[in-house]
Design a protein around this ligand. Structure first.
Ligand SMILES: [Mg+2]
Length: 327
């Protein structure tokens, strides 16, 4: 169902992590939900906070509850979350290639589909040259880089050189806990630093704001443990005057569909990493598949909840394991 991994620098789905999340759901989180007399989905995160660890599992359960809540109310999920309807701009993210020529060819091919910006992965030895080539090849296309924490403050010169390209942002140049170093690097640069891996929780966001470690925050629903936490983080980031956008994890359309609704909230200022289903999947579990329009926007289908339906048939076809839960 997932396309063969074609790009380095894009995190592969790790099966052992999936097993841990499955266990957290089966042994702790689903029994917790089934033990409630009545679930108030918008407040259920308060209960989930009592179950530390396995943020992906908490996000999965909470997302399902929010979707069910919106469907019960008969409104789109974004309305239940407090967002007005608007199409969500989508950005292209590409990994690391063997050659700059291959990268430029690939970016050109995908950009033709309409994406609103390009994000390229960088790492030591693969940074200034690919940025130079993509900037020259696609002038006027908003460009950003994601370093996935691959550098240290000793590499500041690389970022000072990249600063000349007028990029939208440098995503996570330094290690996830290197808040003070990131603040020091930001002081040397015009280009905003974007916190990704280092913005794991509200407490992290407070520290980033206090130190000036970033000017933009990438919020990922799974990494922060669910839609409610993500919404709280957005509120804090906005109040501090920082920019924000919605990132993605290796995720099925079920999660991307929820992300599209969250990303309609005011304050998500930059294009999301959510791309068309066909970009990563031969066949995704949701119907319809996620598509982008020619201008690079995604509009969820009308209807209650996410507007997308999980195909039971596909779940049966692709399932490797299953469990049933009852009160
Ligand atoms: Mg990132």
């Amino acid at each position: 169902m997932v396309k063969a991994k074609e790009e380095a620098g894009v995190a592969p789905l790790r099966i052992e992590r999936v097993a841990l999340h499955w266990r957290a759901l089966a042994e702790t989180l689903i029994p917790l939900a089934l033990g409630e007399d009545e679930i108030d989905a918008p407040r259920f995160y308060e209960r989930l906070r009592g179950v530390p660890g396995e943020a992906f599992a908490r996000a999965g359960l909470e997302g399902a509850l929010w979707d069910a809540h919106a469907r019960t109310l008969g409104v789109p999920l974004r309305a239940a979350l407090g967002a007005r309807p608007r199409p969500v701009p989508s950005g292209l993210a590409v990994g690391i290639y063997d050659t700059v020529e291959e990268l430029v060819e690939r970016v050109g091919r995908y950009l033709a589909e309409g994406y609103r910006r390009v994000k390229i992965k960088i790492q030591p030895g693969w940074d200034v040259a690919p940025v130079e080539a993509v900037s020259a090849g696609f002038p006027g296309v908003p460009l950003m880089v994601d370093a996935n924490a691959a550098y240290t403050l000793a590499d500041a010169e690389v970022f000072r050189r990249l600063d000349a390209y007028g990029l939208m942002m440098f995503e996570q140049p330094l290690a996830r806990s290197a808040h003070a170093d990131s603040a020091e690097l930001q002081r040397q640069l015009k280009t905003p630093i974007c916190a990704d891996e280092s913005a794991d929780s509200l407490a992290d966001v407070e520290e980033i704001i206090r130190l000036g470690a970033a000017r933009i925050v990438n919020i990922k629903i799974q990494r922060v443990g669910g839609l409610s936490e993500a919404r709280l983080m957005l509120g804090r980031v906005r109040a501090a005057g920082l920019g924000c956008w919605l990132g993605t994890m290796p995720e099925l359309g079920v999660a991307s569909a929820q992300g599209l609704h969250l990303a309609a909230l005011e304050g998500f200022d930059y294009p999301t990493d959510i791309e068309a289903s066909a970009r990563w999947f031969v066949d995704d579990l949701i119907e319809p598949q996620i598509t982008i329009d020619r201008e690079g926007f995604i509009s969820p289908p009308p209807g209650a909840g996410t507007g997308y339906e999980v195909s039971r048939e596909k779940v049966r076809a692709y399932a490797v394991d299953s469990s049933e839960f009852a009160r």
